[in-house]
Ligand binder design. Structure first.
Ligand SMILES: Cc1cc2nc3c(=O)[nH]c(=O)nc-3n(C[C@H](O)[C@H](O)[C@H](O)COP(=O)(O)O)c2cc1C
Length: 436
């Protein structure tokens, strides 16, 4: 466990998704504490004081989002846990849903109390099967135990939680697209303002937070904001669940305390690179976060300040380690194929731009590329910047420009020689996994 665990405070066992075991480990005590000793505003104050930042990708301060909700304005308010987890390389929310679903439920109940929410939703990626079954079973257990659907601890507060399953659209993970999808419409993102905390689901004040973000709330209330802030760094309090894949010996989900040395994480906790290869590049937080070179990573610590300074971001915590011998041109091709496929088509620069970029990279990889194609990819990326309703077009553009900036020589080589610098197939793969 790299650093101090928060979400894993309850040790994970094969059956830790069960209510009986969750309660035996102190589960639902934070809910009782919040409802019996705190006013809703006190809960928000505690969450704000913890300094926790969102874990869905944009690192927005949770307290600042919650503070917009006027609990006593007489309107219905909604809470949505974002469990869409569509960002390639990211599989950490799934870990929470499968292994600690009651932590999310308890945290959502506390959050609903703070925000005056009667009806809360979990919007879940349609492809998730076990996470859905685990969370649905946990919700049923929580109803049977009287935590859901009933007034709690002598207060007027009661909450229902419903799971809404998506239908496999990446853009439905964007907070406003997600709400439009819950409303039963095509999940197009919406322009802001108005902010979702002013006009969200059914035009009512709504908080959308990532699953991991919300799952921290029970811990913050249980231990108090001050103790929470002692974990991590001043600017990045707490921990991050990192899902690491790619060419490391031990891929998986790890909880990392912010400020933890990145090299220690990759070379000790994750067992180093497959076959002892050099780290060529790192995508730190889902493919929307700019790629770093192995050299960029040398002295980094795992926190927002350090990664921002290096020109990237922690993003969604979905880390992809790339070993020497990997063709970055073909890697970008895979990414552009994804974005082209997932563009919802609402905004012209993204709908057309992703298609153009995908066709250009296909042309390069098929040996038909022209040198001008490289700058054309940059120009199309720039044209997406700030011209679309949601952040997908921007992010795809930044990531593409990042690949070219760091590995331009490989793109030039591919075009000149009509083949990859690294031959016909990715060299690091199954054979080395077998050796590891
Ligand atoms: C195209 C796109 C896809 C997104 N997908 C997700 C997702 O799957 N899960 C998630 O939590 N946030 C996703 N986001 C970010 C959400 O819009 C939003 O910022 C987040 O859910 C807020 O939660 P947080 O403040 O707790 O981070 C996505 C954003 C974009 C632009």
């Amino acid at each position: 466990m790299p650093g101090t665990p928060l979400l894993m405070t309850f040790p994970v066992t094969a059956t830790s998704h069960l209510l009986s075991e969750f309660r035996a480990r102190g589960g639902y005590a934070a809910l009782e504490k919040a409802l019996t000793t705190m006013q809703p505003g006190d809960v928000t104050k505690e969450v704000t004081a913890s300094g926790i930042l969102g874990h869905g990708g944009a690192a927005f301060p949770v307290g600042r989002k919650w503070a917009v909700i006027k609990v006593a304005d007489g309107q219905p308010h909604y809470l949505c846990a974002n469990a869409d987890e569509g960002e390639p390389g990211t599989f950490k929310d799934r870990w929470v849903l499968e292994n600690n679903p009651h932590l999310l439920i308890e945290s959502m109940l506390i959050s609903s109390y703070a925000l005056g929410v009667r009806n809360a939703f979990v919007y879940m990626r349609g492809e998730f099967d076990l996470p859905y079954r685990r969370l649905q079973a946990a919700i049923e257990e929580a109803y049977d135990a009287g935590y859901l659907g009933r007034k709690l601890y002598g207060t007027e507060h009661a909450t229902d939680i419903v799971i809404i399953r998506g239908a496999g659209s990446y853009v439905c993970g964007e907070a406003s697209g997600l709400l439009t999808s819950i409303e039963g419409k095509k999940g197009y993102p919406r322009n802001r303002p108005p902010r979702l905390t002013v006009k969200g689901l059914y035009q009512r004040p709504t908080v959308v937070n990532n699953v991991e973000t919300l799952s921290n709330v029970a811990g913050i209330i249980r231990m108090g904001a001050e103790a929470f802030r002692k974990v991590g760094t001043a600017k990045s309090p707490g921990t991050q669940l990192v899902s690491i894949s790619g060419h490391v010996v031990k891929p998986g989900v790890y909880e990392i305390e912010h400020g933890y040395p990145l090299s220690k994480f990759i070379y000790e906790d994750c067992g180093g690179m497959l076959g002892g290869r050099k780290l060529k590049g790192l995508i730190p937080g889902g493919i929307s976060a700019k790629v770093l070179t192995g050299d960029d990573c040398k002295d980094l610590t795992y926190d927002h300040g350090s990664f921002d300074k290096a020109g990237s971001a922690l993003g969604s915590g979905g880390m992809i380690a790339i070993a020497e011998g990997t063709c970055m041109v073909r890697l970008l091709q895979v990414m552009l194929r994804f974005w082209h496929h997932e563009s919802c088509g609402q905004c012209t620069p993204c709908r057309e731009g992703m298609g153009w970029m995908h066709r250009i990279i296909d042309r390069i990889v098929s040996g038909q590329g022209r040198m001008a194609d490289i700058d054309q990819l940059i120009a199309i990326s720039d044209a997406n910047d700030g011209t679309t309703v949601c952040g997908m077009g921007d992010a795809a553009g930044y990531a593409t420009v990042g690949f070219i900036a760091k590995f331009r020589d490989e793109f030039e080589y591919f075009i000149q020689h009509k083949r990859s610098k690294y031959g016909g197939v990715l060299e690091v793969g199954a054979a080395e996994v077998a050796h590891a």
